[in-house]
Each structure stands twice: as structure tokens, then as C-alpha cells.
Design a protein around this ligand. Structure first.
Ligand SMILES: Nc1ncnc2c1ncn2[C@@H]1O[C@H](COP(=O)(O)OP(=O)(O)OP(=O)(O)O)[C@@H](O)[C@H]1O
Length: 265
């Protein structure tokens, strides 16, 4: 018997594209996301990352090619920006129920799953960037999605918060086997566990594992000499021990995060 188990496909884009006002925004996109798979879209500003994600989730219909989704697919979305009236008081608890009628038990479980239980009664306005992202993850995960769509998940988060958020994404993927579609707007880090990086430039410029894309001539041509440094690959290593405070024993570079081109703060 074949030992390789074919994972269920959640979304398939075949030669998909969008035209607006006679202009092609993106075209020729072939992309599949299977259960438990992490796909990351990268590319310069205006290269079609958001448009591709919108075609995948069904917010935008393709004008070219086709998009198919598993019947009844549940999508959890972590937006890049949230339209909130920041002048009004809003607790985390209330934010969790703005877009759905969830019970106290469900909210507790969702916050606990992202390590944010203690924030339940906190004011959203007072959260740090990393805490706010965690709450947005909880808000997406409470629907028990088959697919999690993350639009620049680490923006506004400092380096240690960033590492923690990538850990969280890894953990969510492993525990729930949700598929993950990530948009990285500023190219600075791609999770090493990304199964497929798709580099867009109005079309698919190149694709593959993070390390393959980093070396590909198309990627280097698009981003020039600094490209190899800007695509930092965040790796998680299991072969280490932790001190009681969570630091790694005897390895300062334990997460293998390549620092060149990395944005702080
Ligand atoms: N609804 C729309 N109508 C017309 N043009 C659009 C529409 N949405 C996006 N565009 C244009 O399509 C192109 C691709 O936009 P898209 O938002 O997909 O890029 P992106 O790669 O996500 O960029 P960024 O990293 O800057 O967010 C851009 O030139 C944008 O101005």
C-alpha cells in the first residue's frame, strides 16, 4: 500500500486572474492549498498578493481561469488592518463577539489556544502589537476554520513577538491541521515550514520551498542583489533544551532567524 496520504485539497486556483477596467491585476495563477499546508504569497507592492488571496477566499471572482473550493469550506481571516473606532472603549471579550454569537466557553478556549486567556477583560486599545495579533488569531480560530488566511501576521510586532507568532502559527497548523494562506507584504521573513512560497509580480514569478525561491534566478532578478538577504527564513529547531525562563541552552541563534533586512519594532 502506498504510505503517502494525499491531503485533502481545500482550494485550487487554475490559471486564475483578475481584470479591472481593462487592466490585468494578476493572471496565470496556479495554486493549491491542502489541509495542514502552509502557502505564503510574496512579491513587491501591487504585485497581486491581496488580489490572489481574495480570489482564493471568494471575495473576488476570477475573470480568467477558475477557482474551486471544498464544499462548506470554513475560512478564518486575520486582517492586516481592522476598522475599529479606536476612540470607543472595547474589551477583548466584546471584540470576540462582534462578528459572531459565541459562548463564554468558546471564547475562553479560543483565547487559551493562542496564549491570551489573561487578556479577556483587557481594553483592546491597550494591547501590545503582539497581544493584538494573538487576539485576532483567536477571533479567526473560534470558527474552527479549515483554512486560516493571514494578511501580514507579524506587522507591528517586535522581534521576539514575531518569533512567538510564528511559533503560534506552527502550533495552530499542527494541532488543527488547518491550511494556512499567508500574505507577506514586506518580504522580511518567510516561515521555513512554509510548504510553498509563491512569488508574484502580476503573474507567478517563481515558486517552491523557501530556500529554493531564495536561490531562484527569477526571484534574484526581481529583487536584485539584496534579495537573498531580504528573504529571511524563520526556522524552528527541535534539537535544543530550554532554561526555566524559556531561553535556549547554549545557542544564541536557536531560531535560525536570519537577521539581514529584518525590520525591528
Ligand atoms: N478592486 C480593484 N480595482 C482596480 N484595481 C485594483 C483593485 N484591487 C487592487 N487593484 C490594483 O491591482 C494591483 C494589485 O493589487 P494587490 O492589492 O493585489 O497587490 P499586493 O501585492 O497585495 O500589494 P501590497 O503589498 O502593496 O498590498 C495594484 O496595482 C492595485 O492598485
Amino acid at each position: 500500500m502506498n504510505a503517502i496520504v494525499q491531503r485533502e485539497n481545500l482550494i485550487t486556483l487554475s490559471n486564475a486572474g483578475v481584470r479591472r477596467g481593462g487592466r490585468v491585476l494578476v493572471e496565470g495563477v496556479d495554486l493549491t492549498i491542502a489541509r495542514g499546508e502552509i502557502v505564503t504569497l510574496i512579491g513587491p507592492n501591487g504585485s497581486g498578493k491581496s488580489t490572489t488571496a481574495k480570489m482564493a477566499t471568494g471575495v473576488m471572482k476570477p475573470d480568467m481561469g477558475s477557482v474551486t473550493r471544498k464544499a462548506g469550506l470554513r475560512i478564518g481571516y486575520v486582517p492586516q488592518k481592522l476598522s475599529i473606532d479606536w476612540t470607543l472603549p472595547l474589551t477583548v471579550d466584546r471584540l470576540m463577539t462582534l462578528t459572531g454569537d459565541f459562548g463564554a466557553g468558546e471564547i475562553d478556549a479560543a483565547l487559551e489556544a493562542v496564549g491570551a486567556s489573561r487578556l479577556r477583560r483587557a481594553a483592546v486599545q491597550e494591547l501590545s502589537g503582539g497581544e493584538f495579533q494573538r487576539v485576532l488569531f483567536a477571533r479567526a480560530m473560534i470558527r474552527k476554520p479549515d483554512l486560516l488566511v493571514l494578511d501580514e501576521p507579524v506587522q507591528g510586532v517586535d522581534f521576539s513577538g514575531e518569533v512567538a507568532l510564528y511559533e503560534l502559527i506552527r502550533q495552530i497548523r499542527n494541532e488543527t491541521q488547518a491550511g494556512v494562506l499567508m500574505i507577506s507584504h514586506d518580504l522580511h521573513v518567510v516561515m521555513a515550514e512554509t510548504d510553498t512560497v509563491i512569488c508574484l509580480n502580476g503573474h507567478v514569478c517563481c515558486r517552491g520551498t523557501p530556500s529554493a525561491v531564495k536561490k531562484s534566478p527569477e526571484y534574484l532578478a526581481l529583487f536584485g542583489e539584496r534579495a537573498a538577504q531580504t528573504l529571511a527564513i524563520y526556522e524552528h529547531h527541535h534539537d535544543h533544551e530550554h532554561h526555566d525562563d524559556g531561553c535556549v541552552v547554549g545557542d544564541e541563534h536557536h531560531h535560525g532567524h536570519e537577521h539581514a533586512g529584518h525590520r525591528h519594532g
